[in-house]
Design a protein around this ligand. Structure first.
Ligand SMILES: NC(=O)C1=CN([C@@H]2O[C@H](COP(=O)(O)OP(=O)(O)OC[C@H]3O[C@@H](n4cnc5c(N)ncnc54)[C@H](OP(=O)(O)O)[C@@H]3O)[C@@H](O)[C@H]2O)C=CC1
Ligand SMILES: N[C@@H](CC=O)C(=O)O
Length: 328
């Protein structure tokens, strides 16, 4: 029986999540797609780390060897930073390989180019996992965008920051302790500075902006602040007044210009994001016909992120299968 051959770029929290999800949901995927999905190669950086990967799977530190795998159809990218992720995915698209990425740092900068390249080569480029972990905000916006005009997006887009602020408030632990817990749970980035400085949420904000408004604000003009200046004492005092610190991204149009900020805000109980705690992310969208709605769910972690990537895979192949049936 034919199989969909896939490779993983990266075998950290997310890569392992995709590997696990494809194994545990093998039968469901086979039923849905009519073919089994088989991981045939894994790209990593450190060849000396011990890995729990089936012995028949090809493991390499060389991307060119991944591209040489005969019949490779899909790449799941879960490595870190703008490069080499961008170059790898560009080359994959040029070879006609479908790409699914979780790498928001790379996609905020190069998403537009990759989507364009995907069109040129008739290849799908999917990026649900780049923004808000498992929360299906990208596909939701794509659907709504067909007729509605998006007017504003506000969201909690970093699971690590929300987890830290929640732990500091509910369990009265220190910032550093809460960060360690977030790292242990696989929520934080390899370098957690990008989580707590707001850079991670900034990248996700730019990805949403490109999708919802067709453009990004000038990066240097976005007000950007992380959560590092918030002390335990401030969290405690806010809590006594029934207020909460939340790290919130905001994008909206003003007089034809796109405005955005990514910063901590003190909010009261009536705010739609007040009850979003722990690693959860939430995105409130204001749309011209629909009005306001909010999506909430796990914003980081192994399986929620893998869920987004595997759903992207299912989407690519169910659409392909439908096109095939129509052409017969
Ligand atoms: N963790 C999460 O909850 C989420 C993460 N993401 C994004 O997914 C991506 C992966 O995150 P995560 O799994 O947490 O990160 P990890 O640090 O846990 O894993 C990164 C993996 O990428 C590999 N890697 C890094 N650089 C290279 C390179 N240049 N060449 C080959 N392999 C490389 C590492 O190899 P080695 O094992 O050899 O070190 C490792 O296997 C990131 O872009 C992140 O922003 C998106 C949504 C959620
Ligand atoms: N480090 C990120 C992971 C998901 O994108 C976060 O904490 O939100």
């Amino acid at each position: 029986m034919a199989k969909i051959k896939a490779a993983l770029l990266g075998y950290g929290t997310v890569g392992q999540g995709v590997y696990t999800a494809l194994k545990t949901h093998r039968q469901r995927l086979k039923g849905l797609l009519g073919e089994e999905v088989e991981i045939v190669g894994v790209l990593i950086k450190d060849p000396h780390k011990r890995r729990d990967i089936d012995s028949n799977i090809f493991i390499t530190t060389e991307f060119k060897d991944i591209l040489k795998i005969p019949g490779l159809q899909v790449i799941f990218e879960a490595i870190v930073g703008e490069e080499p992720g961008y170059t790898y995915l560009r080359r994959a698209i040029e070879k006609g390989i479908q790409v699914i990425t979780a790498n928001k740092v790379m996609f905020a900068r190069y998403g537009k180019e990759l989507l364009q390249k995907g069109k040129e080569y008739d290849v799908s480029v999917r990026y649900e996992a780049t923004t808000a972990g498992g929360v299906p905000i990208i596909r939701t916006l794509k659907q709504i965008l067909q007729v509605n005009k998006i007017e504003r997006i506000q969201g909690i887009l970093n699971g690590t920051s929300n987890f830290i602020l929640t732990e500091m408030r509910n369990n009265e632990i220190s910032f550093d302790e809460a960060l360690k817990l977030a790292q242990r749970n696989g929520y934080a980035e390899e370098n957690p500075t990008s989580d707590i400085s707001g850079k991670d949420a900034f990248c996700k904000t730019m990805i949403l902006s490109e999708l919802a408004f067709g453009k990004q604000p000038i990066w240097s003009e976005v007000e950007l602040q992380g959560i590092t200046a918030i002390t335990s004492e401030q969290v405690k005092q806010a809590s006594q007044r029934n207020l909460k610190y939340k790290h919130i991204a905001d994008i909206y149009q003003e007089n034809g210009d796109l405005k955005a900020s990514v910063k901590p805000i003190l909010i009261e109980e009536s705010h739609p994001l007040y009850s979003v705690d722990g690693v959860d992310n939430a995105i409130t969208v204001e749309a011209s016909l629909l009005g306001r709605f909010t999506l909430i769910g796990p914003g980081a972690g192994k399986l929620p992120t893998a869920s987004a990537m595997v759903e992207d895979l299912a989407d690519i192949y169910t659409v392909k299968n439908r096109q095939l049936q129509l052409s017969i």
